[in-house]
Design a binder for this molecule. Sequence first.
Ligand code: COA
Length: 175
Amino acid sequence: METAFSIREADTGDAEAIQSVARKSWHAAYDDFLGADTVGAIIDEWYALESLRSSIRASEHHIFVATKDSPTREDSKLMGFVHGGPWADEPRIGHLMRLYVRPDSWGRGIGTSLLERAETALEGDGYERIRLEVFAENSDGVEFYEARGYDRADEECETLGGQTRRLLILETGLE
Ligand SMILES: CC(C)(COP(=O)(O)OP(=O)(O)OC[C@H]1O[C@@H](n2cnc3c(N)ncnc32)[C@H](O)[C@@H]1OP(=O)(O)O)[C@@H](O)C(=O)NCCC(=O)NCCS
C-alpha cells in the first residue's frame, strides 16, 4: 500500500512520539526473544524523554522522523525515526544507532528512506564508514541491512534484563 510521508529533522517536541514508535516497534520485533517485560524496561531506560531530547539537541547527532502526509489523527503522525551519530573512540566511523518504523507501516519504503537520509547526514559529517549493531535473532533486520550494502564485520554479546544476547556488527563504506 502506498503511503505518502515526509522526512524531516526531529525537534524536541517529537520526543514522546519517538518513544511511542520505539515501544511499538520493539515489542513487535523483539518480544519473541527478549520478552515483553524486558522490552518495556529497556524502552523506559534507553528512550527516557530527557535523554532523547538531549540527543535531538546535540549537534553531532542526527535524528530524522518520517511523518504521514495529511494525518487524520495527531497521534498517528509519526511513522518512524532514525538516529545516527559518532562511534565512540573511532573518529572515521559513524554510528547508525537506531532505526524504527511503526509496525503498521512496515514494508512501505519508510525504513529505506530514513536509512538513506541518515547515511547522507553521516557522510556529510566526513565519516568514511557506518557501523551498527543488530540482534542476531532479528533476521528481518539483518536481511534489511544486508540488502542495502551492509556486511558482517564482527559480533559481540550484551546482557539485557539478565539475559545474554548476541549482536551482529554490520558495516558499510561511504563514498
Ligand atoms: C527494519 C525496519 C526499520 C524496516 O522499515 P520498513 O519501513 O519496513 O522498510 P522498507 O519498507 O523500506 O523495507 C522493508 C523490507 O522488508 C520487506 N517487507 C515487505 N513487507 C514487509 C512487512 N510487512 N514487514 C516487514 N518487512 C516487509 C520489504 O520488501 C523490504 O525488503 P527489500 O526491499 O530488501 O526486499 C522495520 O521493519 C522495523 O522497524 N523493524 C523493527 C526494528 C528493526 O529491526 N530495526 C532495525 C534494526 S535496529
